[in-house]
Design a protein around this ligand. Structure first.
Ligand SMILES: Nc1nc2c(ncn2[C@@H]2O[C@H](COP(=O)(O)O[C@H]3[C@@H](O)[C@H](n4cnc5c(=O)[nH]c(N)nc54)O[C@@H]3COP(=O)(O)O)[C@@H](O)[C@H]2O)c(=O)[nH]1
Length: 738
């Protein structure tokens, strides 16, 4: 190859490499541009991503929910809300163990749930727990946990919401549902829970526990007398006193009204409970300041013991309640333990109540009627309707056996209605037979007033038999009238407006308050049989009877003595001005057909005045030895004295009631009642009588005491000196008559 060729070759190569260089340069330029453009894109993307993360962070920062992230158990992130919730700055919490922020009680549960969430890559269901704030206080939150990647690490994101307000409302509701708002004590529902827990503990540890049912006596009186504010004040004071009586571990609950229950946990023996019951009764009966005045309040307490008296809260409460009723029956202001006999009595009552319901359906009740007689005319002026149960199995059952049971349940309402209806129906029938009818008195039970419109019932029954209201008398017991005097007055007025008469039954056995009695629009007081039985011999019965008669008359009311059985009672009651009598002396309660016969016959009571001989130097001799009576009678013959004799005190009482007697000579030794005791009684009933005792023990201190008390005027020592006897009798008669 020549030089030219070489030159051409070189020049072509050069040209080619130039072209290649240019091409390379152009490619480089193009690639640079592309890279630049890609870079620009990346830059934009980067900017965008950075903006997005900042936005996301901003959103997370501003979220109202507290957000907390932890990695390997340590806090790595908290938002503002979390810091506020925990009362901390970020540097105080970052890096610290997250578990320290959960309340002790929740740590295990929270730990387990979050582990499960991480494992299954899920979000936990919301959990309620308490977070511990930086100052140690706790805050109620609802938390969810989610497993996430945070800074390339397996982490957990917690979202917490403050639920303190919701919890406060829940707690308030819970408190209201479980506490008595007046006293702040646990209520029936909480007591039931505590009792259930206490029973299972007692069962596990084989210990006993006691349930004490406390009911205030006559709380209604306080409420009515002093108003509801004072009643509330009393209940709060009782709650405080009860709490003072028990230990911390015991529960004092209020069931409502005036009913409280003590749950006494883990008792060693019954004497512990007795002591506590005693303390409760003592503590409550200390005077309480109510409406600025001291008041005495008492309570009745019934006690049941787990396990012997019941194994469920219901049984223990029921049995303590039964025992409490027995404590009330036993006179209130005391306590009683539940016994099997109480349960038996209750079961019997329930059985009887069922039988009574059947008896009403099968029309097994009948009315008997007992005449009431005027002590002025001796005529029958009324009848009392008295129910009997003609049971095919039990025979004729007296009301005392079933009325209290009927009163305990509400069966008395139906029975009372039946009695009213039957009595009016009977009256109408007698009227239609042309008999001269007398008003019929019907007994009204307490609940007939509280649960029945007795006035409307009376009107309706009278109308249905076209009977005038004057033929109906209603007997209300004294305790019923005094239980709620204001409401009783209301009822009585309504009944009087109808035109029926009203009597207060069993008068003297309740606690009549004279100021109320004056306002009761009643027509008569029925003096209770228990006083009439003792009226001729018991100074107290005599004095109660005569006081009732005088008081009734001063209020313009009539009196009727019930249960008059003897002529002596009749005479004494007549002498004391009683208006009417009712009792076996005149007639037992009789079936309607026998009463109809009586109304036809119109029997007349032989009045006391016709029997009473005028006083004439009368002496009564009492000795159980007929020879003594005979020789004394002989001795007094020729003295112009009427000598009456009796061989025991009971006979002597009858004679004294019927007859005016100036001098009584009585032997100290008599069967039944001795001479000194007999004189002690008649001194109060017949204070003017001259009382001479015949005795063989003239130096006995009982004799000198009786003389000092004025019960014995003189004594005659055995064997007696006739002249001394005559002188003593003459002197005594002289003193009596002048
Ligand atoms: N709510 C209602 N209570 C009623 C009704 N019927 C009766 N009763 C009450 O039951 C109690 C007992 O009554 P009863 O067994 O009928 O006894 C009455 C008389 O038989 C008895 N009595 C009458 N005279 C004498 C007597 O001389 N001696 C004596 N030992 N007992 C006598 O007294 C009872 C009359 O009592 P009272 O009603 O208090 O006047 C009794 O409490 C009845 O009230 C009824 O329908 N409803």
């Amino acid at each position: 190859m020549n030089a030219q060729q070489t030159c051409e070759l070189l020049s072509r190569r050069l040209a080619r490499s130039e072209a290649a260089r240019k091409a390379a340069e152009s490619l480089l330029e193009q690639k640079s541009l592309e890279l630049y453009q890609a870079n620009q894109g990346l830059q934009t993307l980067n900017n965008y991503l950075e903006d997005s993360e900042a936005r996301s962070r901003k959103v997370v920062e501003l979220m109202p929910e507290a957000i907390l992230v932890y990695t390997e158990g340590r806090i790595v992130y908290l938002n503002e809300a979390a810091l506020r919730l925990l009362g901390a700055r970020a540097e105080q919490l970052l890096g610290t163990p997250v578990i320290e922020r959960a309340g002790e009680a929740y740590r295990q549960q929270v730990g387990e749930q979050i582990q499960a969430a991480i494992k299954h890559k899920i979000t936990t269901p919301p959990m309620d727990l308490r977070l511990v704030r930086m100052d140690g206080s706790q805050v109620d939150v609802e938390v969810t946990g989610t497993a996430i990647q945070f800074d390339n690490a397996e982490s957990v994101l917690l979202v917490a919401r403050d639920i303190s307000e919701r919890r406060m409302h829940e707690e308030a509701l819970e408190y209201q549902a479980s506490h008595d708002l007046l006293t702040g004590l646990p209520n029936r529902s909480l007591l039931h829970d505590r009792l259930t827990q206490a029973i299972s503990r007692a069962e596990r540890y084989e210990v006993r526990l006691g349930v004490m049912f406390i009911d205030l006596d006559k709380f209604k009186h306080i409420n009515d007398l002093l108003g509801h504010a004072a009643g509330d004040q009393l209940l709060c004071a009782v709650a405080a006193r009860l709490q003072d009586c028990v230990r911390q571990c015991d529960t004092v609950a209020r069931l409502g009204g005036d009913e409280f229950v003590l749950l006494i946990d883990r008792i060693s023996d019954e004497s512990t409970v007795s002591k506590l019951a005693h303390r409760v009764v003592e503590s409550l009966c200390q005077p309480m300041q109510l409406a600025g005045q001291p008041h005495n309040v008492t309570c009745s307490v019934g006690i049941s013991i787990y396990p012997q008296d019941g194994q469920t809260p219901g049984d223990l409460l029921k049995r303590a309640d039964i025992a409490m009723y027995r404590a009330k029956e036993a006179g209130r202001n005391n306590y009683k333990f539940f016994t099997a006999q109480m349960q038996a009595r209750l079961d019997e009552s329930l059985g009887l109540e069922r039988q009574l319901k059947r008896a009403l359906e099968r029309e097994e009740f009948v009315l008997y009627y007992q005449p009431q007689v005027s002590l002025r005319s001796g005529q029958i002026i009324g009848l009392e309707a008295l129910i009997r149960w003609q049971s095919p199995e039990l025979g004729l059952v007296p009301p005392s056996r079933f009325i209290p049971v009927a009163e305990e349940g509400q069966l008395i309402l139906a029975i009372g209605e039946w009695v009213l209806h039957s009595a009016c129906s009977q009256l109408k029938s007698w009227q239609e037979q042309g008999l001269s009818i007398a008003p019929v008195a019907v007994n009204v039970a307490a609940s007939q007033f509280t649960h029945q419109r007795i006035d409307q019932l009376a009107v309706q029954v009278l109308q249905s038999f076209e009977l005038q209201a004057k033929y109906l008398e209603l007997e209300l017991t004294e305790s019923l009238s005094m239980d709620d005097p204001e409401s009783s007055i209301n009822w009585m007025r309504k009944l009087k407006e109808i035109g029926v008469s009203l009597a207060i039954d069993d008068f003297g056995t309740g606690y009549s308050n004279l100021s109320y009695l004056k306002r009761f629009p009643v027509d008569k007081l029925k003096i209770d049989r228990s006083f009439i039985q003792g009226v001729t011999r018991d100074p107290q019965d005599y004095s109660i009877t005569t006081t009732i008669i005088r008081m009734a008359h001063s209020l313009g009311l009539r009196t009727i003595a019930e249960g008059v059985e003897t002529i002596g009672q009749l005479h004494l009651l007549t002498a004391e001005g009683c208006d009417e009598i009712q009792g076996y002396y005149f007639s037992q309660p009789l079936p309607a057909n026998e009463i109809a016969e009586m109304l036809r016959q119109r029997p007349q009571l032989e009045l006391a005045e016709s029997d009473q001989a005028p006083y004439h130097r009368t002496l009564l001799l009492i000795d159980d030895e007929p020879q003594v009576l005979a020789s004394m009678e002989r001795l007094l013959r020729g003295e112009g004295i009427t000598v009456l004799t009796a061989d025991n005190a009971a006979q002597a009482y009858e004679i004294l009631a019927r007859q005016e007697v100036g001098v009584v000579i009585c032997d100290q030794h008599m069967p039944g009642e001795d001479g000194i005791s007999f004189f002690g009684g008649i001194k109060h009933i017949y204070p003017r009588t001259m009382r001479i005792l015949i005795t063989g023990e003239n130096s006995a201190p009982t004799l000198s005491n009786a003389i000092n008390r004025g019960e014995v005027y003189r004594f005659i020592a055995k064997p007696w000196d006739d002249l001394q006897v005559l002188n003593t009798v003459r002197e005594a008669l002289h003193r009596y008559e002048h």
